[in-house]
Structures are given as structure tokens and as C-alpha cells.
Ligand binder design. Structure first.
Ligand code: BV8
Ligand code: ZN
Length: 250
């Protein structure tokens, strides 16, 4: 795969990069994307119907079990070449911010350092009342485990639909998106707000916007470069080109 020389030239002269990733980046690790059909037991539910405070209030056990099933599914999953290429990209550029909508923790697992988890992390569990985090709970219980401090119901530390994003992470993501010279949108359908607005914030501040996705999205008509395909293939190819850009005269 080759890349337009003017894009490589822009990257060669850039120091500030921001990247937004979505579920597509984890797809080649074997994780279904957010909108893929759910497996078996969960086939009859839409994720957006389960990932909400209303769903948890209505049937806490159903929602708790769904996340327990997803935590189990993630246990055997490893980062793919796309995750590792982003670690290399972070080491290549002076100011690099990785903003992710993913809750699977795979970017940190791969070695990315400056990661903003806009939608939280499914492997972290906290109290739904006093927000105390805990690492142990009774998995066998028929009931949703409760907080040792206040007896509140435990929940995953993810952002549900209708809940606000963590303020610090969102502010840092907006700052990085506005300040970057090149903004990458990778493996996301660009539907969920306010994450989907970051690419527009970048564009409105004169950044070059690059999209890497298996299919076109609502963002595609507005980007400077669109590479259709698998992020686990395109990102390593791009990094290979970027790594050789230092010694290649323009
Ligand atoms: C909020 C955690 C308001 C839970 C998730 C306008 C402004 C503000 C809010 C809204 C708004 N309009 C609507 C809203 C409400 C809502 C929203 O955006 N709804 C959508 C459905 C329209 N937003 C919210 O509720 C947000 N909260 O703003 O609150 C507020 C304000 C003040 C006070 C109180 C409240 C909260 C949103 C966060 C929801 N939580 N996750 C969990 O995981 O269980 S979102 C969930 O969707 C995941 O995090 C996922 O990452 C995310 C986005 O999906 P994608 O990552 O894009 O995944 P998807 O499957 O869609 O796409 C994957 C793409 O990859 C595809 O295009 C595919 O082609 C591609 N692909 C596949 N394989 C590959 C690939 N690409 C490359 N390589 C491959 N191999
Ligand atoms: Zn509590």
C-alpha cells in the first residue's frame, strides 16, 4: 500500500498529532464492533438498549451480566498490529494524543501512554452510588454485587448513553483536536456524540483530517484523505512509510 507523497510530506513536517479510535480498531483482535450483531444470549438486545442508566435501573442484573460477559470475552483478546502501529506513532511525534471511544483497554495494553478513554474502561468496576472502585466482588451471586462502603449496586466504569463524558478527558481531547496539525479518525462510524465532533473541531482549526475505516462514514466527504480498509493493515503500512520518511529527501 502506498500513500500520497504530500501526506507523507505533511506528516514529516508535523509535530502535533491527534488520533480518535473506535471499535473498528479492536475488530482485528477478535472483538465485535459496537454495532456488530451480539452473540447468542445477547442477540435479542441492542447495545444502546443495555448501555444506559435506564436499562440498569430497570434490570440491573441483566446489564451487570452483559458487562460480565463482555469482560470475559475481552480476557483472551490481545492488541493487533493496528494498536502497535499507534504505539510507534506516539514514539515518532513530539506531541501525540490518542483519544479512544473503546472501553476494552487494548491501547494501554499495547503500550500507548497518552490515552484518553472518553467512554471509560469496562475492566474497571465502581459503586453506582458513591463511585468507590473495587477489584473484588462475588461473581457467583445471583444478585448484582454491592459496594462494601455504602451497599450501592456495583457497575462498570463506562459512560452510558445519556451520561456525561469524564470532564478532564473530554477537555483534553478537545484541546488536542483543536491544536493538532493532523487528526486521524480510525475505526469509528462517527455516529456517537460528542466524540464524533472532535474531527470537526480539528478541521475548523485548520488540521489535516485523515480517516481510516472499513467503510465510508458521514465524516468521509469532509476529510482530506480517506483510506478504506482494515486499520490493522493500513496503520502498519503508514508507519513503515513514516519511519522511512526521515532519510528520504523531498
Ligand atoms: C452525552 C461505553 C449528553 C458503553 C459508549 C449530540 C450531543 C450530545 C449527545 C448526543 C447528541 N446526539 C445524540 C446524543 C446522545 C448519545 C449519542 O451520541 N447517541 C448516538 C447513538 C446518536 N451520546 C451520549 O449519550 C453521550 N453522552 O453526550 O450525554 C449529556 C450532556 C449533558 C449532561 C448529561 C448528558 C455518551 C456516549 C457514550 C456511550 N457509550 N460506550 C459500552 O461500551 O457499553 S459508546 C459506544 O459506541 C462504544 O464506546 C463505541 O466505541 C462507540 C462508537 O461506536 P464506534 O466505536 O464508532 O463503533 P461502531 O461499531 O459504530 O463503528 C465501528 C466502525 O469500524 C465501523 O464504521 C466499521 O466499518 C469500522 N471497522 C470495522 N472493522 C474495522 C473497521 N475499520 C477499520 N478496520 C477494521 N478492521
Ligand atoms: Zn458505594
Amino acid at each position: 500500500m502506498t500513500f500520497p507523497s504530500e501526506l507523507i510530506k505533511i506528516l514529516k513536517s508535523s509535530t502535533r498529532i491527534a488520533v480518535l479510535t473506535g471499535a473498528g480498531v479492536s475488530q482485528e483482535s477478535g472483538l465485535k464492533t459496537f454495532r456488530d450483531s451480539q452473540d447468542g444470549l445477547w442477540a435479542k438486545y441492542k447495545p444502546t438498549d443495555l448501555a444506559s442508566p435506564e436499562a440498569f435501573a430497570r434490570d440491573p442484573k441483566l446489564v451487570w451480566d452483559w458487562y460480565a460477559w463482555r469482560r470475559e470475552a475481552i480476557k483472551g483478546v490481545r492488541p493487533n498490529q493496528g494498536h502497535y502501529a499507534l504505539v510507534e506513532m506516539e514514539n515518532k511525534f513530539l506531541e501525540f494524543t490518542l483519544i479512544t471511544q473503546n472501553v476494552d483497554g487494548l491501547h494501554r495494553f499495547a503500550g500507548s501512554k497518552n490515552v484518553l478513554e472518553l467512554h471509560g474502561n469496562i475492566n474497571l468496576v465502581r459503586c453506582s452510588e458513591c463511585r468507590t472502585f473495587t477489584e473484588e466482588w462475588d461473581e457467583e451471586s445471583e444478585l448484582v454485587p454491592q459496594c462494601k462502603k455504602c451497599n450501592g449496586l456495583l457497575r462498570p466504569d463506562v459512560v452510558w448513553f445519556g451520561e456525561s463524558l469524564p470532564r478532564a478527558e473530554l477537555e483534553s481531547a478537545v484541546t488536542a483536536s483543536r491544536a493538532c496539525q493532523v487528526f486521524f479518525s480510525i475505526g469509528t462510524s462517527g455516529v456517537v456524540q460528542p466524540a464524533a465532533s472532535l474531527a470537526h473541531a480539528a478541521r475548523n482549526n485548520g488540521s489535516i483530517v485523515v480517516e481510516i475505516n472499513a467503510e465510508p462514514t458521514p465524516l468521509t466527504p469532509k476529510v482530506d484523505y480517506f483510506f478504506q480498509g482494515k486499520s490493522g493493515e493500513i496503520l502498519p503500512a503508514l508507519m513503515k512509510e513514516i519511519k522511512t520518511m526521515d532519510d528520504r529527501p523531498f
